[in-house]
Design a protein around this ligand. Structure first.
Ligand SMILES: [Zn+2]
Ligand SMILES: [Zn+2]
Length: 343
């Protein structure tokens, strides 16, 4: 592009004595000032002077960094009258949930049994309270298929990555924008040690949006949990107990437009029954196993339980629908088979 504005040296303001002086690395014509020997490329666009700090979401004015933390930055509006304080999450610094640690198979390759036998066993385990021995007995009597109880135990764990991939395909079909997302924790034992199972449940559909299994109960875990669900939809409010670890993660990940309701205890909350119903079913299933043997198996088994809870189990309180169906999942019989929701 030719410069149509008359040349002027930015250093000495000389307007008529120049040499053309080749091109710069971006291909712009360079000039050499014959008065002061300054080199310059007048057509080169000057680097945009955008502030690296975000604009105030209330008044749109610039902000300054008030305090920088591990998982978020606290900015303040530079307008003295507004003085709004807001948090911006550092999403790449936030650790991922235990779901990122699922291990096992993503297909049925080299499995000697037909898929419908495996799905039957999984349903008996995750929808009912059957022991692995019990399931082996039923498969033998009903299908005349001989499977050892240890094989069934392995099936219940090792396909978690396969079902996770299915869930990643199905979740975009759901509408999870809702009044309230409830966050809660419950305690499970792994090899005799106490672990926290954190989860987020959508109040309207009862869909479990995410979970996180950790030996710790602190704000780092709440960051991981809430960061894993923030792109699944927009609730009007996030409901948690009064536990302070939730405060900063909710504010920085969901902003000021999502209300944070902190209830004294879920016992006081009218919508508590939805948390209770998940707890109840989870505990009924969990209590049959006297804890988990290892973190890896606990994480895989809980993932599978949640998948069956979301996509397979009909809920009497949802008129016999699954949470996924209430959230709008509508699949043909053929698709249901493809996504392993029916055998
Ligand atoms: Zn000059
Ligand atoms: Zn402001």
């Amino acid at each position: 592009m030719q410069n149509i504005v008359p040349l002027k040296c930015p250093k000495c303001n000389n307007t008529h004595l120049f040499y053309k002086y080749g091109k710069d690395k971006d291909g712009y014509q360079k000039y050499l000032c014959r008065k002061c020997y300054h080199q310059f490329a007048p057509d080169k666009p000057s680097p945009k002077k955008t502030s690296k700090y975000p604009r105030c979401p209330v008044c749109g004015k610039s902000s300054f960094l008030h305090h920088d933390y591990e998982y978020y930055s606290n900015y303040r509006c530079s307008d003295k009258k507004c003085n709004h304080s807001f948090f911006v999450p550092k999403v790449t610094a936030i650790p991922s949930t235990s779901i990122s640690k699922l291990s096992g198979k993503t297909n049925f390759k080299r499995i000697r049994y037909p898929v419908h036998i495996i799905l039957s066993a999984l349903s008996m385990f995750f929808l009912g309270k059957n022991s692995f021995r019990n399931i082996a007995l039923i498969l033998k009597t009903v299908f005349n298929v001989k499977v050892s109880h240890t094989t069934i135990s392995n099936w219940c764990k090792k396909f978690a990555p396969l079902f996770h991939n299915i869930s990643l395909e199905l979740i975009p079909m759901l509408n999870l924008n809702s009044d309230e997302w409830h966050v809660d924790e419950t305690v499970v034992k792994i090899a005799g040690k106490k672990y926290y199972l954190w989860f987020v449940i959508d109040s309207e559909t009862r869909f479990i949006l995410g979970f996180h299994l950790s030996p710790y109960r602190d704000s780092r875990q709440a960051f991981a949990l809430l960061n894993s669900v923030r792109n699944l939809g927009t609730p009007s409010a996030i409901v948690t107990d009064r536990y302070s670890a939730y405060k900063v993660p909710v504010k920085s990940l969901f902003g000021d437009s999502v209300k944070h309701i902190r209830v004294e205890s879920f016992k006081d909350d009218i919508t508590n029954n939805l948390i209770e119903s998940f707890h109840h079913q989870f505990k009924a299933w969990y209590n049959t196993k006297q804890g988990f043997a290892s973190f890896e198996s606990a994480n895989n088994l809980i993932y599978m339980f949640v998948f069956f809870y979301n996509f397979v189990r009909p809920h009497s309180s949802l008129n016999g629908l699954t949470p996924a169906q209430v959230a709008g999942l509508c699949l043909s019989p053929k698709e249901k088979k493809k996504y392993l929701l029916v055998a």
